[in-house]
Design a protein around this ligand. Structure first.
Ligand SMILES: Cc1ncc(C[n+]2csc(CCOP(=O)(O)OP(=O)(O)O)c2C)c(N)n1
Length: 337
């Protein structure tokens, strides 16, 4: 059975606790704004990550900037921001502006930042897992010890062959990879129970000979501990770890999906009671890590930053139609001739 990490070590400092809070609040504010912009007809689609804030803030805190590599998936809004991705560039992607890092070509949030170690996000489920393992193999081959690859995915991705190949290869070659499953219970309309017989994705780790752990994905500190420990193991040659963070997807898969057609409101409301954002706010206030007033000021600051950023990005130009095929096809060849 997977080992459940209940141990606490390297307790986050008060500054790190506030970083976790700021990142969770920012992720929530970005999501809220994205859904508003979609409803206003300003962006084509929005992809929520509500319910994933604790997983992503906790993982982001364990990621070592300038050293580690991140192979994220499309729901990683908060994680890429926590790893240093600029907020403005995220909205440039959402608005598909010419200033976007892919020139407005890619679907929203499918960003990339080579200088930050953030690999391109792909919509092809689990494709990032084999890429992550390839990168970890390269680190080993080049003897770049101390660098770790983070690989994120949902529980649905663990039904893909590529996911299994990645786990096996990482285990056989004892690669420095931390696999983080953001188990939000649903893969669009497919519940976990129709995806696998196991209750825990982490139980699959044993089949590959890697460490597995289950963690409360609504608790950013617990996630931080689990991912940090997995990272430590990787840096000392202990090989890969599969961390399963149990969370929930509060919103529809995207704005193009209507979750009322496949899951009950009762279920969603029950999970909402465990919402990690108000829960962590309450905890930090009751622990005296932040005052009520300072929390209010922080929330206002974040909302204003997000709104100001989207106002600015909205004024930026769209890619010109003359560049429709730029960076889409190799060479001069026009697809229509
Ligand atoms: C290879 C592949 N198969 C199917 C899809 C369609 N698809 C897009 S998102 C998704 C659900 C993935 O669920 P999960 O991995 O649990 O992540 P979540 O979206 O719940 O965060 C599916 C099946 C796809 N993009 N790629």
């Amino acid at each position: 059975m997977p080992e459940t990490l209940a141990r606490t070590r390297n307790e986050p400092t008060s500054e790190q606790l506030l970083t976790l809070l700021r990142n969770m609040l920012t992720q929530r504010a970005v999501d809220t704004r994205g859904f508003q912009l979609n409803r206003q007809g300003k962006i084509a689609i929005a992809m929520g990550s509500e319910g994933h804030e604790a997983v992503q803030a906790g993982t982001g805190l364990a990621f070592v900037r300038g050293k580690d590599l991140l192979y994220p998936y499309y729901r990683n809004t908060g994680l890429i921001l926590a790893c240093g991705f600029p907020l403005k560039d995220l909205f440039r992607s959402q608005f598909a502006r010419a200033t976007d890092r892919t020139g407005g070509r890619n679907i929203i949030n499918h960003v990339t930042a080579r200088e930050l170690g953030i690999a391109s996000i792909s919509s092809i489920i689990a494709s990032q897992c084999t890429h992550a393992v390839g990168a970890a193999y390269a680190l080993k081959y080049r003897k770049e010890a101390g660098r770790v690859v983070f690989c994120q995915f949902g529980e649905g991705a663990t039904s893909e062959g590529e996911w299994h190949e990645a786990l096996n290869y990482a285990a056989v070659h004892r690669l420095a990879v931390v696999f983080v499953c953001e188990n939000n219970r649903w893969a669009i309309s497919t519940p976990q129970v129709k995806q696998m017989k196991n209750q825990d994705v982490a139980a699959r780790a044993i089949g590959y000979g890697v460490h597995g752990s289950v963690v409360d994905g609504f608790d950013p500190v617990a996630v931080y501990h689990a991912v940090h420990e997995a990272r430590e193991r990787a840096t000392v040659g202990g090989g890969p770890t599969l961390v399963e963070a149990k969370c929930y997807r509060f919103l529809s898969h995207t704005t193009d999906d209507d979750d009322r057609t496949y899951r009950s409101r009762d279920e969603v409301e029950l999970q909402r009671k465990l919402d990690p954002v108000p829960r962590f706010k309450r905890k930090l206030v009751s622990d005296g890590a932040i005052s009520e007033d300072a929390l209010k000021a922080l929330e206002t600051e974040i909302t204003e930053l997000v709104n100001r950023t989207t106002d600015e990005v909205e004024t930026e130009p769209l890619p010109p139609s003359s560049e429709l095929y730029t960076n889409v096809y190799a060479g001069e060849t026009s697809p229509w001739l």
